[in-house]
Design a protein around this ligand. Structure first.
Ligand SMILES: [Zn+2]
Length: 251
């Protein structure tokens, strides 16, 4: 199956007409199951310290990401937002927080976040820096980052962009750079997450991708590509159950 996006009920910095805070609007309030667990856990940990996890952004569709990008281009005072295909927000794996509401030093929140697999995007815990509010739950897509970081960055010279592509593909959404080869690209990113060395993530199933599939007992030239995708997705579900399990297991 695809990595599901599930709804989340979380406070937002948006307000109703009376000025009272409202939950994050439904179009943004969805994320992957592992991100859901991480956000819920951070909300609870912050509450224990007298703070609040208040979000200004979470999921963005292609259209929403495109609008954020265009808004930034037309108004340089708006924070930088990349074009569609380059943000973990589009995979339901990034969220922006109200830093003033956490009521603990940012460095302390970073530690709290690290404990639940959440990382910042800036290098130093300084609240005044742009994007200090942005956090990501990269899950197994970190493996693509590691893979391409060790290979000089992939097609676009950015290991980060490859990891984002993988995360977006995993929810069944295409990324423009693969043209209409969504299925092929998703098979490739799945192979890398399954530990195979296939070269570039480019939507072209070449000899190395086919060899990786063969190691998994799958023959690309015999089975249909959709059948192959189903098979690798089942393997991913087994390897990374927390990214697919909608109901959190009770410890
Ligand atoms: Zn963000």
């Amino acid at each position: 199956m695809k990595c599901p996006l599930i709804p989340i009920n979380i406070l937002s910095f948006y307000k109703d007409k009376t000025g009272a805070p409202i939950p994050l609007p439904a179009r943004m309030a969805k994320c992957t199951p592992d991100t859901h667990r991480a956000i819920t856990s951070l909300e609870k940990s912050l509450a224990e310290k007298g703070g609040e996890l208040i979000l200004s952004d979470l999921f963005r569709s292609y259209a929403m990401q495109d609008k954020a990008f265009c808004d930034h281009l037309s108004n340089s005072r708006r924070p930088y937002s990349p074009p569609p295909g380059e943000s973990f927000h589009e995979a339901g794996r990034a969220f922006d927080i109200d830093i003033n509401a956490i009521k603990i030093p940012l460095i302390e929140f970073w530690r709290m976040a690290a404990n639940v697999g959440v990382v910042p995007i800036i290098k130093q815990p300084k609240a005044h820096l742009s994007e200090a509010w942005h956090f990501e739950c990269r899950g197994s897509h970190q493996l693509l980052y590691n893979y391409f970081a060790s290979r000089g960055g992939g097609r676009f010279g950015s290991a980060y962009r490859e990891a984002v592509s993988s995360a977006i593909l995993s929810i069944g959404v295409n990324v423009d750079s693969f043209n209409d080869q969504l299925v092929e690209a998703t098979i490739q990113s799945s192979l890398i997450r399954l530990g195979k060395d296939i070269g570039n993530l480019d939507g072209e199933i070449g000899p190395r991708s086919k060899a990786g599939l063969e190691e998994l007992g799958l023959n690309y030239d015999v089975a249909g590509k959709k059948q192959i995708l189903g098979a690798v997705e089942r393997l991913l579900e087994r390897k990374f159950p927390g990214e697919y399990a909608v109901v959190a297991s009770v410890a």
